[in-house]
Each structure stands twice: as C-alpha cells, then as structure tokens.
Design a protein around this ligand. Structure first.
Ligand code: N01
Length: 539
C-alpha cells in the first residue's frame, strides 16, 4: 500500500457496488483515488451478509451493472434470483476485470472525516490512526450496512455462540444437533430460517412483528431466456428504467375496489404464482389506500392459513400492518417451515423477551435453552453508516448534529454545510432503497462524475448544496411520501427500529424515472441548487 498521509483527488469510503463503480469512473476522469474498505474484500452487503439463504430479491438479469456492454454480455447468472456467493463472485469479477483492487485499502475502517475550509480538503482518519486528504469525499457506505444489535437486557451474557445475519462467519456455521434461536423475522430471517431449520436440532423463532412474504419461485436461469435478454440488453434495461422502481414487473393503474372479489383474487393469485416484489403493483392504489391495502393483507393472511397446519401458529404468523409498508419479503418455503416438528414460533407480542441469560432467552413465560443465538435484527438504515463516522463539515459541525432532527439532503447525494461530500444511492432523500440498487448507484455515480468534470473544466474546487434547494427537496420528499401508507407503519424506512432515531420516511418515493429527470434538469441548469466556487488548486 502507498504511504500514509497521502493526498488524493477523491477518497471513497466503501468497496461495495457503489464504491467499485465510483472508483472506476473517477479513475476514468484522470483522478487519483483511494477507496477504503473495512472488510478484507470487495462486495459490501454481499461480502458481509453470508447467512444461509442470502439472496437478492431483484432478478439476477437486472441486478448488475450496465456501464460496460462487454461485462453485461460475458457474465452469466445461474439462477433467477442470484444467491450471495454468486453475487460476491460477480463483484470480484468486476473488481478484477477493471483492475480496481490496487486502489482499495482493505481491512481499514474510517473513523472520522473532517473538512478544512482553508485548504478545501477533507481529512479522513482510519481506526489505525492513518490520515489521508482529498478534495472530494465519496461516501459509498451503503444504506443497510450499520448492524443493529437491539439493547435486550443481558445480551452479552449468553454462553453459547452468538451471530448477526449481517456479520456472518466466512467459514459458515454448522447447526447440526444444535438448539438454535433466531430473533427477528425480516428479510434476512425469512431467507435463513428455512435452511437453518433443516440443519438444527430445534429452531426457536422469536417473532415480534409477523412478516408478509410471497414465494420467490426461484429456479435455474433458462439459457434461452438469458440469450433473449442479452440480444437487446440495453433495450431491456432501458425499458425497466422507465418503471417506478427500476425493477421489472407490471404496475397496474386499476383501483383495487373497482373490481369484484373474484377478479382481485385472480390478479393476486397470478402474481403469487409468478413470484416478484411487483406483487405490490397488482393495483394502482395498494400502497396509498388502506381499504385497498386491506384486501392484499387479507389475501396473504389467507395464504398463511392455507399453508400453516397449526391454526394457532398460522394466527401468530399473520401480520396486520399495511402490506408493503415494511419491506415485502420473497421467500423459499418460509411459512411452510413452521409445519416442521423441530420449529417453534415464539410470539413475542404475547410473551415478550424479558432478558437474555447464560442458557438462552427468557420470555415472560419461560426459558428457551439454546446452543446458538442469531440476531436477524437488521440495520440502522440509511443514516447509520454515515453517523457512525465522525463527519464534520463547515465550521466543524458534525453531520450527526446537522441531522439531529432528521436527515436533510439535496437529491440524496449532498447535504448543505458539507462541501464536496457525496453520498451514493444510500442517502436519505434518494430513491436507492426503493429502487434497483445497482442502476441507482450507477445513476448517482454518473451524476457526481459529471459534476466533477464540470468543475474541472471551469477550474472550480468547491460544491455545496444550498440550504434553500435542500429545504425544497426535503419538502418534496415528504410531500410524495405523505399520501402513501408508508409513514403509518413502524419500519426501518422511518427509523422506527432504532430507539431515539427521528421518525422520518427517508427514501424518495416519487419514482425512479422522475428522480432521474430531476437530476438531468439540475445538471442542465448548471447544477441548480448547488453553490459552486473556488479555484482549482493542486491537491
Ligand atoms: O432486518 P429488518 P433484515 N426484539 O429490519 C426484529 C434488505 N435485505 O436484516 O419488525 C425482537 O427487516 C424486527 O422486529 P420489528 C431489505 O431491504 C434484503 O431482515 O422491529 N425482535 C424484525 O423482525 C430488508 O428490509 C434482502 O418488530 C426485534 C427484524 O428484527 C433490510 O435489508 C435480504 C428486536 C429485523 O428485520 C433489512 O432486513 C436481507 C427486538 N429487540 C435484507 N429488534 C433481499 O434482497 C429488531 N427485531 C432478499
């Protein structure tokens, strides 16, 4: 590795899909760039989340980069929904193919990033005490990367092995013959529970909020289908980019209650049999009208009732929040797993956890003795990864303080008071988590690369979102979220899973194509809403 105390044009924090593409593009601008990555390899989410069953819920033919036609043509996915090891292989393939690893410093955690107004440079400090400076700071830290361990009394006292789905041991875990407990029933748990249940002596699922899940119908990718898509790959992706979430699927305009019950059932059934997140696109008002949403809720509750044999267990598995307002899951045998004799559902709404003890988990009615305990308890989403770094902007103001009452950004990429800092596809106010992540990443990276090229041409050195533009954007983000059912539910989208976090619906739900057009419009008006200044001094 090059010497410490080095200076770069840009520093990138994170070497997941966002960091990798940012590195590729910024090098293409002729910049000197260093990326820092806490892990020992590339892949971000797919490097860390190695729990059994980890898999992407966007189909593999869409969950990949588009910036290189050769890359798109030469890579072949094996399954309809790619599993974590294959996605990680893809990330490594990209990093090797574009020779990115030489500019990534692995095993290096960034603990602080401070902006110096006099020099116009950011100084980042690593956990090991090294310091590096750069003109631009690119936070490619991910939207769901800051692990959430809930503050359950006695958490440290369990004598058996403890795991978190998002920090899974690289060598895997063998649960054969073990009594295993899992806390949480979100996407990570829904994917891992069926596989862990097959291996463990007994699996106890500690469920606080039941989950809506639809079957993925995952299968090997049909080579003919792959070739058909690849024969017009650009066209395929361009068509999907016009859809609300940049994920393929049909999004109906039909109002739910404008059709009769038999027709609704037919529509829901067809989508249930197909297996896609766009199940939620069955009707135009499913996520805006509670009565409409209720029909979708009831449909899935009926399915749970059909699948799960023990009526009490089925009842306990039935959610009652608005479907879609917590991330919809897609699964392989999730509800069916509760028919296994070695699986026990512990309904924490009836018997909450009192504490974790040496032997296992004690709920209000009994002790569950365990050999292993898994936390599938999610993340401090969107703001967590940024707030865990001591980021200070103009006048030494901490990002944490600037966002104390709730995060504010302009377009989700920049925030006032933090010049030359960009967030990639994970910032509050960006469509990232509600869209197909990799195209969202490419769009953001392309946007900021164009900004930097624009600045270089004009010998400018400083760019900052204006307070005014930021306020207008935040208002717009809130306005488009307000008519939806999302703010009504406690979810990580609104920060409700983290005690004390301001309750704000963070993602932009105005639609991916609308967002892209807005960015194009801003760019065409000389980056309206950003203040550009300074002379381009040598770094
Ligand atoms: O985390 P989650 P996740 N006591 O926050 C429970 C993406 N992802 O890792 O709902 C008891 O969804 C919590 O209960 P509650 C995807 O965007 C994608 O599963 O707060 N339980 C909940 O059940 C997803 O949405 C993929 O009441 C506690 C669970 O822990 C996001 O990552 C795969 C608790 C956390 O669920 C996060 O998913 C995996 C406590 N004290 C993840 N604290 C795919 O692509 C928390 N919980 C398929």
């Amino acid at each position: 590795m090059p010497n410490s105390d080095a200076s770069f044009d840009s520093i990138i924090v994170g070497a997941g899909f966002a960091g990798l593409y940012a590195l590729h593009r910024l090098r293409g601008l002729g910049q000197s760039v260093r990326a820092f990555e806490t892990g020992s390899g590339v892949g971000g989410t797919w490097y860390w989340n190695r729990y059994p069953g980890a898999r992407c819920d966007v189909e593999s033919m869409q969950y990949s980069y588009q910036f290189s036609d050769e890359l798109a043509q030469e890579w072949s996915w094996t399954e309809r929904y790619a599993a974590q090891p294959e996605i990680l292989r893809y990330a490594n393939h990209v990093a090797d193919r574009f020779d990115l690893k030489k500019d990534i410093q692995f095993n290096t955690k960034i603990t602080s990033a401070h902006y110096d107004e006099t020099t116009g440079l950011w100084t980042v400090t690593t956990e090991g005490g090294e310091r590096f400076t750069a003109r631009y700071l690119i936070m490619a830290t991910g939207c769901l990367s800051a692990t959430n361990f809930p503050a359950i009394k006695g958490r440290e006292s369990f004598a058996g092995a403890t795991y978190h789905t998002s920090r899974w041991p690289h060598e895997g875990v063998n649960f054969t013959g073990k009594r295993v407990g899992i806390i949480g029933t979100g996407s990570s748990a829904v994917q891992s529970i069926p596989l862990i249940a097959r291996e463990a002596k007994h699996l106890f699922v500690f469920q606080r909020t039941p989950t809506y899940s639809i079957p993925a119908h995952n299968k090997p990718l049909d080579p003919e289908e792959e070739q058909r898509i690849k024969s017009d790959y650009r066209g395929f992706r361009a068509r999907i980019a016009q859809l609300a979430f940049d994920v393929d699927g049909e999004f109906s305009d039909t109002l739910t209650l404008s059709v009769n019950e038999a027709e609704r059932r037919r529509v829901y059934d067809a989508r249930w049999s197909y297996g896609r997140l766009s199940w939620l696109g069955a009707f135009g008002d499913l996520i805006t009208d509670f009565k409409a949403n209720e029909t979708g809720q009831q449909y899935i509750r009926n399915k749970i009732n059909e699948i799960v044999k023990d009526p009490q267990v089925a009842e306990a598995l039935m959610p009652n929040h608005a479907v879609g307002t917590k991330r919809l899951c897609i699964d392989t045998g999730y509800y069916e797993t509760f028919n296994r004799p070695n699986v026990t559902l512990v309904d924490l709404r009836r018997t909450p956890i009192d504490e974790i003890v040496t032997e296992g988990v004690r709920t209000s009615d009994r002790l569950y003795e365990l050999d292993a305990l898994i936390f599938a308890t999610g993340f401090d989403a969107m703001t967590g990864a940024l707030n865990r770094i001591d980021i200070r902007g103009v006048k030494g103001r901490a990002l944490k303080d600037a966002w104390a009452a709730g995060p504010k950004t302009y377009l989700g990429v920049a925030t006032a008071g933090f010049p030359n800092l960009f967030m990639i596809a994970a910032g509050p106010g960006s469509p990232g988590v509600l869209s197909n992540m990799i195209p969202s990443i490419e769009q953001h990276v392309n946007f900021i690369t164009q900004i930097m090229a624009h600045m270089a041409e004009r010998q400018l050195s400083r760019i900052e979102a204006t307070e005014e533009a930021q306020e207008t954007w935040v208002q717009h983000v809130n306005e488009v979220a307000a008519p939806t059912l999302f703010p009504s539910t406690n979810s990580w989208y609104v920060g409700a899973n983290i005690p004390g976090k301001p309750r704000i619906f963070m993602p932009y739900i105005g639609g991916y194509p609308v967002y892209v057009e807005k960015c194009k419009d801003v760019a065409s008006k000389n980056y309206e809403g950003f203040a550009l200044s300074g002379s381009n001094r040598q770094v």
